[in-house]
Design a protein around this ligand. Structure first.
Ligand code: PLP
Length: 371
């Protein structure tokens, strides 16, 4: 099998697995005062430092959650009067924003995949003058890989008095994530997108920002997230973060493979459109559509050839139809219905690219078109 769906989830790093097994072999509630409890607390605190260090935050700013979805829900549910949100945000931002009772202002996105903050300037200013308001913008889009103008968003939020939230799930290892410099009040990352386990994430809350707990309970995580901590999951997340922080050249190496892949795909299928190609993009993602070919069919046929890719976000798969992110970019129906996402990662090598291209030739290439 050839796994090319890293934006959906990544293989568990050996270091994360080792840390998780060791944590599972301990007993004790991190809130207990006895030695066993303190040992469990120490595991969580070490991971807190590792995650904080990866994203340029202070350990006191990290709140461990069950994943980025919970972290995004926590931020959206914080009693905003209005929320300005990019049209291409992940559903874990859009759905709670729409459900929380705030006025939702959807910010437009260009065909290049970049949110258009300039044409939304008046709407952002109006939201800021109307009371407690949030601006939410992702760091890199999970479908297209397009890197969003978060520094400009921080400037707009500061100017107009909005709080800024950044979904940075697709960032670590691909674009520098520096919470202290970003100017955001809150940021989220997810364990399983960086070689950690599924079901654990971090909500990063700038010191001094008041954010009520979504999950109320025993006052864990400095009263920001009730419930006994997922000690093993957190340990694995921390170990993955620490290892990632030491890796320097992975994104560049993957970028070479991705660019090679894109050139070969356009050679095999000259009608193919690479979405977001002209915008700043993370180096691991290719979003490609061949007009006349349906995304679901491509994904299933590639799967039968042993290649794992995706059509739309994994959590939205099963829904047949237009890709919501590409529709928000205003792309035509044959692109939104046909786009597949191929996302590479740390373990991807030349053989994976060759295997993909052999299958692509069969499934989407000229011979397949004629058949
Ligand atoms: N935000 C983005 C941009 C994502 O790509 C994902 C991935 O599914 C999520 C949020 C949700 O993360 P999690 O699986 O940790 O809930």
């Amino acid at each position: 099998r050839t796994y090319l769906d890293y934006n959906a989830s990544t293989p568990l790093r050996a270091a994360a697995r080792t840390a998780m097994l060791a944590a599972h072999d301990t007993v004790g509630n991190p809130s207990s005062v006895h030695a066993e409890g303190r040992r469990a607390r120490a595991i969580v605190d070490t991971a807190r430092e590792q995650v904080a260090s990866l994203v340029g935050a202070k350990p006191s700013e990290i709140v461990f959650t069950s994943g980025a979805t919970e972290a995004n829900n926590t931020v959206m549910g914080a009693g905003w009067k209005s929320i300005c949100v990019a049209a291409i945000e992940h559903d874990s931002v859009l759905a709670p924003a729409r459900a929380c009772g705030a006025k939702v202002v959807v910010l437009p996105v260009g065909t290049d995949g970049l949110v258009d903050l300039a044409s939304a300037a008046d709407a952002i200013a109006a939201a800021g003058s109307g009371g407690r308001a949030l601006l939410s913008l992702m760091l890199a889009n999970n479908e297209t890989g397009v890197i969003q103008p978060v520094a400009e968003a921080a400037e707009a939020a500061r100017t107009h008095g909005l709080s800024l939230h950044v979904d940075a799930v697709q960032g670590p290892g691909r674009v520098p994530v520096d919470f202290a410099r970003l100017g955001a009040d809150t940021l989220v990352i997810s364990g399983h997108k960086l070689g950690g386990p599924r079901g654990v994430g971090a909500l990063i809350v700038r010191d001094g920002v008041n954010l009520p707990a979504l999950i109320k309970g025993g006052g864990q995580e400095r009263r920001r997230r009730g419930g006994t901590e997922n000690v093993a999951g957190i340990a694995g997340f921390g170990a993955a973060a620490a290892e990632l922080a030491r890796e320097a050249d992975v994104a560049a190496r993957i970028g070479v493979l991705r660019d090679k892949l894109e050139s070969a795909v356009t050679a095999v299928t000259p009608a193919a459109v690479i979405v977001g190609r002209d915008a700043p993009r993370v180096s691991n993602t290719m979003c490609v559509a061949v007009p006349g070919k349906l995304a679901e069919t491509l994904v299933i046929r590639m799967d039968l050839e042993g290649i794992a890719i995706s059509a739309g976000a994994a959590c939205a798969s099963g829904k047949v139809g237009a890709n919501a992110v590409l529709a928000a970019m205003g792309l035509p129906a044959d692109i939104t219905a046909g786009a597949v996402r191929v996302s590479l990662g740390r373990e991807t090598n030349e053989d994976d690219i060759a295997a993909f291209l052999a299958a692509w030739q069969k499934v989407a290439g000229g011979a397949a078109l004629a058949a």
